[in-house]
Design a protein around this ligand. Structure first.
Ligand code: NAD
Length: 359
C-alpha cells in the first residue's frame, strides 16, 4: 500500500492511496478537526481522473465541516472517495480501504455515501474501529437517510414560514429532483402533510412506484427545473443550481437534501436577487450526520436524542435567515459566516473513543 500526501491549502490532511494487490485507488480529505474528529462518508465513483476525485472529495469534506459546525455534532469535516465503478467492488478493496482509514488514527471516521453500503462498511470495520452508520441491531445508528429526510421536511416548513408566513405543507406545490433514499422518504412525508409533489429521476421506476403508492406526479427533469412551484427540492447530485439553470427557475424556495447544490457560492446571491429563498444544503440536510454523530456521544446511540437535535434544524435555518437580513447577504453567505463563527469559537462536544475492531 503506497500512501501519498497531497498538500492542499486550508485542509489539515489530504492523502491518496494506491494498493496494487486489491487495486484500491482512493483519497481521504480531512478538512478541519477543530470541533472533533472528521466524519464523512465514503463515496465510490468512476471519476475520470485523480484530479476529478480530488476536486470532489475536497468540496465534500469542506461541506462536512460546515454541516457539523452548524448542527453542533461535536465533529469535524472529512470525506473519502474510492476511484472506480461499483461493479469493481471486492472485499479486498474495502479491506484495503479500512487499512487506509485506520492509518489516520481516528482523525477521520467513515460512514456511508453514494455506492457504499452498510455491507461494505462491515468489511471496512474488520480493519478499523473508525466506522459509523452500521446496523442498529449491532448498536450503531443505521441508515441515515430517513433522518436526513426528516430534517429536510422540517427545514422546508421553516422555509415556507419565511417565504409565505405559514409553515403548512397543505396545498403547496413541491418539485423534487431525485427520489432515491432521501428524496423518496421526503416525498412520502410531504404528501402526508398535504403537499402536491412532482418528481423526476434518472430511474423512472422510482417515480412510478411513488406515483402508484402516494399519487405524486411524474415529471421530466426539464419540468422540475422550470415549473411554477412553491419549493424546488434538489435531491440528486450537486451543482444543479448554476448559471445555466438559475434563469429558468420559477420556484419561491429551494430546499432539498443534495450536497453542494450551488455550483458556486455566488449563485446564492443570484437566487437572492431573483427573490428565491435558498435553504443552505449543509444546514437543511444535516439530519443524517446528526443521527450518526449520536453514536459517539457518551452513553452511545439514542434515537430520541437524535430526533431532538434534528428538530433544531429549523432554528438553525432561522438564524441564517436573520443573519442574511441583518447583513444584507445571501443565505449561502450567511451560512458560511455562521459556520466560520462557530469554528472560531471552537467548543467541541464530548465524544467517546471507539473500541478496536472485533477481528
Ligand atoms: P440515492 O443515490 O439513493 O438517490 C439519488 C437519486 O437521484 C437516484 O434515484 C438517482 O437516480 C437520482 N438522480 C441522479 N441524478 C439525477 C438527475 N440528474 N435527475 C434526476 N434524478 C437523478 O442518494 P440519497 O442517499 O438519496 O442522496 C441524495 C443526495 O442527498 C446526494 O446528493 C447525497 O450526497 C445527499 N445527502 C444524502 C444524505 C443521506 O442521508 N443519504 C445525507 C446528506 C446529503
Amino acid at each position: 500500500m503506497h500512501i501519498t500526501e497531497i498538500p492542499v491549502e486550508g485542509y489539515e490532511r489530504v492523502a491518496a492511496v494506491r494498493d496494487e494487490r486489491s487495486g484500491l485507488h482512493a483519497i481521504i480529505a480531512v478538512h478541519n478537526t477543530t470541533l472533533g474528529p472528521a466524519l464523512g462518508g465514503l463515496r465510490m465513483w468512476p471519476y475520470d481522473s485523480e484530479a476529478d476525485a480530488l476536486f470532489d472529495v475536497q468540496r465534500l469534506a469542506r461541506g462536512m465541516t460546515f454541516k457539523s459546525a452548524i448542527a453542533q455534532t461535536g465533529l469535524g469535516g472529512g470525506k473519502s472517495v474510492i476511484i472506480g465503478s461499483p461493479e469493481q467492488k471486492t472485499e479486498a478493496l474495502y479491506l484495503a480501504m479500512g487499512r487506509f482509514i485506520d492509518s489516520f488514527g481516528g482523525r477521520y471516521i467513515v460512514a456511508e455515501d453514494v455506492n457504499t453500503t452498510i455491507a461494505d462498511l462491515q468489511v471496512v470495520r474488520r480493519e478499523t474501529a473508525h466506522v459509523t452508520g452500521l446496523s442498529k441491531t449491532d448498536g450503531f445508528s443505521g441508515n441515515p437517510s430517513p433522518y436526513t429526510a426528516k430534517g429536510c421536511v422540517l427545514g422546508i416548513e421553516a422555509c415556507l414560514e419565511r417565504a409565505f408566513g405559514d409553515p403548512s405543507l397543505d396545498g403547496r406545490k413541491i418539485a423534487i429532483q431525485g427520489v432515491g433514499a432521501v428524496g423518496s422518504a421526503m416525498a412520502r412525508e410531504l404528501v402526508e402533510g398535504g403537499a402536491e409533489v412532482w418528481a423526476a429521476d434518472l430511474r423512472p421506476q422510482s417515480v412510478e412506484t411513488l406515483a402508484d403508492e402516494i399519487g405524486i406526479h411524474p415529471a421530466t427533469e426539464e419540468q422540475i427545473l422550470t415549473m411554477d412551484c412553491d419549493v424546488f427540492a434538489p435531491c440528486a447530485l450537486g451543482g444543479i443550481v448554476n448559471d445555466a439553470t438559475i434563469s429558468g427557475l420559477r420556484c419561491k424556495v429551494i430546499a432539498g437534501c443534495a450536497n453542494n447544490q450551488l455550483l458556486d457560492r455566488r449563485n446564492g446571491e443570484e437566487l437572492r436577487a431573483r427573490g428565491i429563498l435558498y435553504a443552505p444544503d449543509y444546514v437543511i440536510n444535516a439530519g443524517g450526520i446528526i443521527n450518526i454523530g449520536c453514536e459517539l456521544l457518551p452513553g452511545g446511540y439514542d434515537e430520541q436524542v437524535s430526533l431532538e437535535k434534528i428538530r433544531r434544524i429549523p432554528d438553525a435555518l432561522c438564524d441564517i435567515f436573520r443573519i442574511s437580513d441583518e447583513r444584507d447577504i445571501s443565505t449561502a453567505e450567511a451560512a458560511f459566516l455562521l459556520a466560520q463563527e462557530i469554528l472560531v469559537a471552537g467548543k467541541p462536544a464530548p465524544t467517546v473513543p471507539r473500541e478496536s475492531p472485533a477481528s
